[in-house]
Design a protein around this ligand. Structure first.
Ligand code: NAI
Ligand code: MG
Length: 328
């Protein structure tokens, strides 16, 4: 087989949206060998651990991993996978689709977030006599790696500009270093335009001129916050995919969780999972298949006949999948 794909449906609607995404993937005539792994709340109940070593091995031995959603154990599971697989980049596309709650019709940018350091390092937070303290760590090596990833991504995906986001006016040493490295790397990509903004200004510009962004690269905490702002810009959890990329492992998952309120009812919107699968196709270099899949979703959203409840329709998860497949 051509590609070995680790498939971890997880809990709740994770199972339903995964089935739908794989249904369409299977119509693309690419040779996928799916290896299913367990993780999440149900797995914990059954096996005494939310993330068995066996599942980690499946991810390790695959070309890419599709992850549905986990329940209460989600944070532990995802954080552990990221750490074990050294997934340093978190990618969140922000793109407007028709007939959704997007603030504007022409939004299409990628947020590239550093995912191993900054303010979110386990063990770097502790209590003190006065209260508590968290250390924010910025290393040249990790920031250079994420900035280089962002420029490479821009080049390979025909994006014309990279925006570096920081707070170097206040955090003069740590974010000063980020800004310096940003322009060092930028020199090697003269064909790509660059700009840098303070994070607070960026939070405003995402609302006032979201069409102006192409690729945003930033540190861990800022990326976390701006990513969710981006999700709000283009409306709706059922539509937002993400990727975690490491040197030799990559995991693709919708941003939403297991949605216990609608689980098991066929109501889940599978588009976020499908867009995650499309990110995987691009990661694997299967750009033509990715374009076909993306185009089919665009058609379904444009026609707006077959939509799930969150988008104002009454179709089931698999009815929407069928419609996407028919539009490939
Ligand atoms: P959630 O994303 O599961 O649901 C929030 C709301 O959005 C719910 O009303 C849900 O019905 C709706 N929703 C989410 N995805 C949808 C979809 N594809 N189609 C239609 N409607 C959708 O977040 P919530 O409720 O905060 O968490 C529920 C569980 O999921 C928790 O146990 C949480 O820990 C877990 N979770 C897991 C994540 C992951 O696996 N990466 C991420 C976020 C939460
Ligand atoms: Mg977040």
């Amino acid at each position: 087989d051509k590609y070995k794909i680790a498939v971890i449906p997880g809990d709740g609607i994770g199972n339903e949206v995964m089935e739908a995404a794989i249904y369409v993937l299977n119509a693309l005539n690419i040779n996928f060998d799916y290896v299913y792994g367990e993780a999440g709340d149900e797995c914990l109940e059954k096996n005494g651990t939310a993330l068995p070593d066996e599942t980690l091995d499946i991810i390790r031995n695959s070309d890419a991993c599709l992850f549905g959603a986990a329940g209460e154990t989600a944070a532990d599971v995802i954080v552990k996978i990221r750490q074990e697989m050294k997934m340093f980049a978190n990618l969140r596309p922000v793109k407007s689709y028709p007939n959704t709650n997007s603030l504007s019709d022409n939004i299409d940018f990628m947020i590239v977030r550093e995912n191993t350091e900054g303010l979110y390092i386990a063990g770097e937070e502790s209590y003190t006599d006065e209260g508590a303290v968290a250390r924010r760590i910025i290393t040249r090596e990790a920031e250079k790696r994420i900035i280089e990833y962002a420029f490479k991504y821009a080049k390979e995906n025909n994006k014309s500009k990279v925006t570096g986001v920081h707070k170097a006016n206040v955090l003069k040493k740590s974010d000063g270093l980020f800004k310096d490295v940003f322009y060092e790397v930028a020199k090697r990509y003269p064909e790509i335009a660059t700009e840098d903004y303070y994070v607070d200004a960026t939070a405003m510009y995402l609302i006032t001129k979201p069409e102006s962004f192409d690729v945003i690269v930033t540190t861990n905490l800022f990326g976390d916050i701006l990513s969710d702002e981006g999700a709000g810009l283009v409306g709706g959890l059922g539509l937002i995919p993400s990727a975690n990329i490491g040197e030799d492992a990559a995991l693709f998952e919708p941003v939403h969780g297991s949605a216990p309120d609608i689980a098991g009812q066929g109501k889940a919107n599978p588009i976020a999972m499908m867009l995650s699968a499309i990110m995987m196709l691009r990661y694997l270099g299967e750009n033509e298949a990715a374009n076909r899949f993306d185009g089919a979703i665009l058609k379904v959203l444009n026609e707006a006949d077959i939509l799930t409840g969150d988008l104002g329709g009454s179709a089931t998860t698999m009815e929407l999948a069928e419609e996407v497949k028919n539009n490939l």
